[in-house]
Ligand binder design. Structure first.
Ligand code: GAL
Length: 416
């Protein structure tokens, strides 16, 4: 299976590597925003650039979380054909900056005052060695639950606030013959749930020690075993056809009332909005039970690859467009995320967006803001991918919780 995926990917990578360079006046943008909600958000950016006479050459690489996109990117750069701009997450930006591949955006950042408006938690990734190397377009967070309101109302289920209440709610849905949890069995999706479950099980100190500090004792602890046990509980409420399902199809199950809950980052909201659904009326958004005070975040940023000595005018236009306050509002309203600038009003946002902005500000103030391990903001890709393998093997029943814990310790040690 792994070999097959590898072969398909490398064939795709070779094809992508031979794609042509962007024409002058165009930006070529490599990204993984291919679902309905994501594409709608991307259109906001394309239109903004078109209005400035900058053409858009699309280089979409499907695959939530961006694993496949990063494989294609590596092939493109190796072939000497780097795209103009690339959607990127957290430590991937740092890795590419360290390789010297990214353009220096300091002139634009200084002229536009980015230092004053981008929160430190994002600047940690937007900058390398004091140099701006990426423009953040949003802040997402992974510890959300998306629920179909009619299904919950019909079964008399109140919004669960604790793990036990969540289990009782899932049980009630299952007993009524419906799918409790809409999920797609892909490693990054399993890991996205694990972000929330680990935070809920062990709390913020545990989360940081395990995923940021990579402390072997905490990785191998009883608390980690309990987190895996809870993943097994969730696994028992997923339908039989979950394997390989894309995340947006899982969102559709909740949208259509075929399932009650999805545990997913707030890009899921983009799917609900794109389907014409309203928060509070058709669907509910709330923090994963037990993580009400925490935010596990990831920020999509656009890194500009060096094309010559200076940043091209098209690259500059893209970076400026991304950082404009009006654009940050318009884009994030559609995307499901919240602005990457602290000075954007929440006026245009729906109830979930307003809550997202409030939660982010509160978590940042109280020291409860943590980088998402599943989305490249807690540790580098090598460690992240090693964790994916263990989490997904456990979710699919290859490991029991005890084995998963010891495999996690070993995998993280090898990956560093
Ligand atoms: C995340 C990304 C989001 C969303 C999601 C699913 O990694 O930050 O913008 O696209 O993947 O594709």
């Amino acid at each position: 299976m792994r070999l097959k995926i590898g072969k398909t990917l490398s064939a795709f990578a070779i094809l992508a590597a031979s794609a042509s360079y962007a024409h002058a006046g165009d930006v070529e943008v490599l990204h993984w925003w291919t679902s309905g909600g994501e594409a709608a958000a991307l259109t906001v950016l394309k239109k903004d650039l078109e209005s400035q006479n900058v053409g858009w050459q699309d280089m979409p690489v499907a695959g939530g979380g961006g694993t496949q996109a990063m494989t294609v990117l590596r092939a493109r750069v190796t072939a000497g054909n780097a795209p103009t701009a690339v959607q990127m997450l957290g430590f991937d930006i740092t890795d590419w900056a360290k390789e010297g591949a990214l353009a220096n955006l300091n002139d634009i950042a200084t002229a536009e005052g980015w230092d004053d408006v981008v929160p430190a938690a994002l600047q940690k990734f937007s900058k390398n060695d004091g140099q701006w190397v990426a423009a953040p377009v949003n802040v997402h967070s992974t510890n959300w639950v998306w629920a179909n309101k009619a299904v919950l109302d019909e079964l008399g289920i109140a919004q669960p606030k604790t793990w036990d209440e969540l289990v009782a709610a899932m049980e009630k849905v299952k007993a009524a013959g419906k799918t409790a949890v809409a999920h797609g069995g892909q490693a990054w999706q399993d890991a996205t749930i694990f972000d929330a479950v680990a935070m809920s099980t062990g709390g913020p100190d545990f989360y940081k020690a395990a995923f940021v500090d990579l402390d072997p004792e905490v990785l191998g602890s009883d608390t980690m075993k309990e987190a895996f046990d809870r993943m097994s509980v969730i696994r028992s409420y997923v339908d039989d056809n979950f394997s390989g399902r894309d995340w947006n199809l899982a969102s559709a199950m909740v949208i259509n009332g075929d399932a009650a809950f999805q545990f997913m980052g707030d890009w899921a909201k983009g799917e609900f909005i794109n389907a014409g659904k309203e928060p509070g009326k058709d669907f509910l958004c709330f923090r994963f039970p037990g993580t009400q005070d925490q935010v596990t975040f990831n920020s999509d940023q656009f890194a500009l690859f060096k094309q010559g000595d200076a940043v091209s005018s098209e690259q500059g236009a893209l970076a400026k467009a991304i950082m404009s306050p009006a654009f940050q509002s318009a884009f994030n309203v559609v995307k499901g995320s919240v602005p990457a600038r602290v000075d954007v009003s929440d006026e245009a946002f729906d109830a979930c967006g307003k809550q997202g902005m409030k939660d982010l500000a509160a978590a940042s103030k109280s020291g409860n803001l943590y980088g998402s391990a599943a989305h490249g903001h807690a540790n580098p890709a090598s460690v992240k991918n090693a964790m994916y393998d263990v989490i997904t093997a456990h979710f699919n029943g290859e490991y029991d919780s005890e084995t998963a814990v010891s495999e996690l310790v070993t995998a993280v040690e090898i990956a560093q």
